[in-house]
Design a protein around this ligand. Structure first.
Ligand SMILES: Cc1cc2nc3c(=O)[nH]c(=O)nc-3n(C[C@H](O)[C@H](O)[C@H](O)COP(=O)(O)OP(=O)(O)OC[C@H]3O[C@@H](n4cnc5c(N)ncnc54)[C@H](O)[C@@H]3O)c2cc1C
Length: 325
């Protein structure tokens, strides 16, 4: 029996997309082992998240409010989660591999004397064993790790696991936890929060992603990609070569060291398909690649490959999409 505790976050008073993915993974794991799914909601003030967490698979919700938990302050989060984990006694603790999860998870594992796995792409119970899959060697291989010690704390790479399905009216047990947090434990404070500039659909949530790489040879052609993305109600992404060159914002980077996307359609324009880029987009349902080099590695993963110059192809493609939409 594996009880799984997930650390929830909110987006507009609802469970965030990352939280839905954690719940999806936790529910599958708990169902396979007759365990329970537990969720933690932390904050400075109560949130209306609980009903959404129950609807998406949580059996128990532990909620705690404390002024020190404002702004997802790491020191306070670690202390709060350690206290709640002691009460909830899960075998597995899942956090999103976002900035908060990356900071909190290893510290929490240390406090709990727990096992630790980062950037998990898949988790499954195999009899008594708990298996975690993650990329290694810069995305060239997938390692399967078997937990040797419980509890185990894991961070889950966003957009790598299927989100939980909502069951309206599903109920669970809400547990209000009183935390003992001393102000002296907060050794860092949030100085500034800069919201990522998003035009249209958020890249990691987009059903269609049109990405450009070094083959575009400058920032100007990205306007064509934006036009195409807008027609397809999608978002624009980029390879690291394009973001490092300063052609587009770093937040557009797809790949191992930035965002993982899994849209219905991924169009790669002038991108060679380095393993680090593939690590962030091979979960896409359909991949279309435009590249002048017939031997470009991107064609190994593309469902539809077009060998040619994007300058000749893209305007026609945009024109056709405009006609069809
Ligand atoms: C630790 C580490 C982490 C990294 N993380 C990431 C990451 O998260 N994401 C990422 O993307 N990269 C990452 N990289 C970089 C990665 O290794 C590649 O260097 C990068 O992805 C290459 O970008 P690119 O495909 O745009 O450029 P290139 O490899 O230079 O490819 C450009 C392509 O454009 C094609 N082309 C040229 N002209 C045209 C034209 N007119 N029409 C059509 N096609 C054309 C060329 O044939 C070529 O295939 C990482 C590297 C390291 C070492």
């Amino acid at each position: 029996m594996t009880d799984v505790l997930i650390v929830a976050s909110e987006q507009g008073n609802l469970p965030s997309q990352n939280t839905l993915e954690l719940l999806g993974a936790a529910r599958r794991l708990a169902d396979a082992t007759q365990g329970r799914v537990k969720a933690v909601v932390l904050g400075a003030a109560p949130t209306p998240l609980t009903a959404g967490l129950f609807a998406c698979g949580a059996d128990q919700v532990f909620r705690a409010e404390h002024p020190l938990l404002a702004g997802r302050q790491g020191d306070a989060y670690v202390a709060a989660l350690a206290q709640i984990a002691a009460q909830a006694a899960p075998q597995v603790i899942l956090l999103a591999d976002d900035s908060c999860g990356k900071e909190v998870a290893p510290r929490l594992a240390h406090r709990l004397n727990a096992g630790m796995v980062t950037e998990v792409l898949a988790v499954e119970a195999d009899g008594p064993a708990m298996l975690f899959r993650r990329q290694v060697y810069g995305g060239r291989a997938i390692a399967t790790l078997a937990a040797q010690r419980f509890p185990v704390v894991a961070t889950v790479k966003p957009r790598s696991m299927a989100p939980a399905a909502e069951q309206a009216g599903r109920r669970g047990e809400e547990i209000a936890v009183t935390l003992s947090l001393d102000p002296s434990l907060a050794r860092t404070r949030l100085v500034q929060k800069v919201a990522e500039e998003v035009r249209g659909v958020k890249l990691e949530n987009a059903r269609v992603v049109v990405s450009g790489g070094r083959g575009l040879k400058g920032p100007e052609p990205f306007k064509q990609l934006e036009e195409l993305a807008q027609l397809l109600k999608g978002a624009v992404g980029a390879s690291r070569a394009a973001t490092d060159a300063g052609w587009v914002p770093a937040s557009w980077q797809v790949g191992q060291t930035r965002k993982t996307v899994s849209p219905d359609l991924y169009i790669a324009v002038g991108i060679s398909g380095a393993t680090q880029h593939l690590a962030g987009m091979t979960g896409s349902k359909t991949i279309v690649a435009i590249n002048t080099d017939p031997d470009a590695p991107i064609f190994k993963v593309a469902h539809l490959g077009i060998v040619g110059d994007y300058k000749a192809l893209l305007p026609k493609f945009i024109e056709k999409c405009r006609e069809l939409t």
